[in-house]
Every structure is written in structure tokens, then in C-alpha cells.
Design a protein around this ligand. Sequence first.
Ligand SMILES: [Zn+2]
Ligand SMILES: [Zn+2]
Length: 155
Amino acid sequence: MIEAGTVHEGGCLCGAIRYHLQGPSLFEQQCCCRDCQKATGTGHTTIIGIHQSQLIIIGTPTTYTNYGESGGSVTRHFCGICGGRIFTSGSLPGEMIMVQSGSLDDPDQVSPQAVIYTKQAVKWDHFDPALPRYADYAPMSEATLNAMKGVLAGD
Ligand SMILES: [Zn+2]
Ligand SMILES: [Zn+2]
């Protein structure tokens, strides 16, 4: 898990987009939904949930917006040059964003806690059997719910 008080750097493949991510993460999950599969070209994506104020972007990502299962808009932010995914934001859930773990300079900082949207997982994708699995979203922690309302720990 990305701990409180730590700052992590990351960016896209070509380096046109860079960022600073401030801990703590609110959740770290493997998402198996079809939209993640299509957007990444892989079986799942590994996401770091944070409040949007915890991410400082250097450069201007290209965006693509579509609508999730709940009807809320989902905007994916990526490099317009190399296509590297950086983060996802949306009308739901509030001010939370999800950073793509593989974009970190040191992605081993991330340790997923759950596998979500398993109802859409592909047969050939495999996960740590110790992780809890959820057919759709995992229940949200109090810290996550507070962050959705704009209240951060320590505020
Ligand atoms: Zn790039
Ligand atoms: Zn997904």
C-alpha cells in the first residue's frame, strides 16, 4: 500500500506526462471490468484510489469519456503521444480518482487488496488467491466514503 506521508513519481511511456502522487492510497484493486479491458488491452487494470488533490500532473493528458454501468461519466486521462494511461476520474464517485499502477516509476509500491468486477473477468486472467473477490464493486471503507465527500484524513 502507498503510505501516508510518502510521495511517488510516475508518468507515461514517453515522458510527456509526469506526476507526483501523495499517499496514502484509499484502496488498491485489480479491476476486471470490460471497460478496463478495452481501455488497457489487457485482462484487468490495477488501480490506486486517491482523492484528486493527491495527484499533481505535469503536462496535459488527452481524455476520453464514456458512461459506466451506474450511468455516471467516466473519464480516462492518457498521453496523447504514447497512449500511456495515467488516471481515471468520473462524476461518480465524487472527487475520487483512480491512478493506473503501472504508470508509477516504482510500481512495486502497490499491493492490491481486492479483485473487483470478477463477473466480467476473462478466463485466462489469474489473481492472488488470498485476495477477496467481488462480482462488482468492493464495499468502500470509511476513509474512501469520506474522501468522496471531500473530507481527507488529517483535515
Ligand atoms: Zn507519453
Ligand atoms: Zn474496470
